[in-house]
Write a protein that binds this ligand. Structure first.
Ligand code: GDP
Length: 357
């Protein structure tokens, strides 16, 4: 799927850059544009992709701290400028736009949903949010901000692909090491998902294309991605169990949002050397995903890649009624109360923004 990425805020910019680099290094060419937008000049200076500094008249390049309402307001005022910077690429090359942000901060938390809204007004193509949920041990302000941002992002986006910061962290990692590891994992997994719709080698009926990703995400709400791989035999017939076991590992142990297997729809992509892929294994794994997610809308397909491993990439969509999301929303609500915000993590509304101006 050909996409343009727009990272908002610090995490948004770093993850966007990691995705663009992965796509470039692998030669996939699914990422057709990458822009980082921030109200903090220092965060943009560390990036190699195109950047746009917003809100200079309000915060003079110093960022908004954790004030996501200010983040939302600045984006509202700057959206036209941001869109002007991306316009050529979005109209000619992209099948979707992905706005990337950490939901717990300020600029990305407030700004990303506002930017999505502006993009939806202008473009016919789907606009997705790739949102990063704060880890469990991050403070109340992060949780409260993320609750509000997530609600708004769900309302405005065609789908919110969520990555829980606790999902792919290593156990002994420092915060910085943790971010690096998580960002690399996001780049690889989401990068492969985007590229899977672009595969041209060995084109056949079973190869995934962009429309299958878009149709899977059509359930709206929240989506997540998981990935696992294993060494494969040269003989396809011997790989039936490998394909089912990597699929189980992807869905049960490696999703970007853990404990959220019930889904409205899903996509299973099996990546590997076409000579090694067993049709029987792929179909069996796809049926297993149907049982496990409780969805009858599980698409399946191949991603031909020159590798002696086989990998499973699972995209689940419509998972917002999961325990993990309910728990998070409860936590965000309590955090909002103790932060002196409204007791319910309300969405950003036009009224809020009008009150600020
Ligand atoms: P902003 O610049 O105001 O939008 O704020 P941040 O992007 O720093 O958002 C803070 C949230 O993003 C917190 O939940 C952090 O844990 C998370 N975060 C910050 N940097 C990174 C990063 O590089 N990777 C990941 N995965 N999360 C990050």
């Amino acid at each position: 799927m050909k996409v343009v990425l727009i990272g908002v805020g610090q995490a948004g910019g770093k993850v966007t850059q990691a995705l663009a680099e992965f796509d470039y290094d692998m030669g996939f060419n699914a990422v057709r544009g990458a822009l980082a937008v921030n109200s903090a000049r220092a965060d943009l200076q560390n990036l190699d992709i195109d950047t746009t500094l917003i809100g200079q008249d309000r915060v003079k390049g110093h960022g908004v701290g954790g004030d996501n309402e200010l983040g939302a307001q600045i984006m509202q005022e700057s959206a036209t400028e941001v869109l002007d910077n991306m316009d050529g690429r979005i109209t000619t090359e992209a099948e979707a736009v992905v706005v990337v942000a950490g939901l717990g901060g300020g600029t990305g938390s407030g700004g990303a949903p506002m930017l999505v809204r502006e993009l939806q007004r202008i473009y016919e193509m789907p606009v997705y949010t790739l949102g990063i949920l704060p880890g469990d041990d991050e403070g109340g302000l992060y949780q409260a901000n993320a609750g509000r941002s997530l609600k708004t992002a769900i309302r405005e986006s065609d789908s919110v692909l969520l990555v829980d910061n606790d999902a792919w962290r290593g156990s002994g990692d420092s915060v910085a090491e943790g971010y690096k590891r998580i960002n690399d994992a996001i780049a690889q997994r989401i990068g492969l998902l985007l590229a899977s719709g672009e595969a041209v080698e060995g084109v056949g009926e079973s190869v995934v294309d962009s429309s299958e990703i878009i149709n899977t995400l059509r359930s709206g709400g929240i989506s997540a991605v998981g990935y696992a791989s294993a060494e494969a035999s040269e003989d396809a017939e011997e790989n039936v169990n490998t394909i089912t076991s990597v699929t189980r590992n992807a869905l049960l142990t490696s999703m970007s949002l853990p404990n959220a297997t019930d889904a409205e729809s899903a996509l299973l992509v099996i990546a590997g050397d076409p000579e090694r892929l067993s049709r029987k294994g792929v179909e069996r794994a796809r049926r297993w995903v149907e049982d496990e997610t409780g969805s009858m809308r599980v698409r399946g397909g191949d991603f031909p890649l020159g590798s002696d491993k086989i990998a499973a990439l699972v995209l689940t969509s419509g998972i917002e009624r999961s325990d993990r999301v309910n728990e998070f929303m409860e936590k965000a609500k309590l955090a909002a109360k103790s932060q002196g915000q409204d007791s319910d993590p309300d969405e950003f509304t036009n009224d809020d923004l009008d009150n600020l101006m």
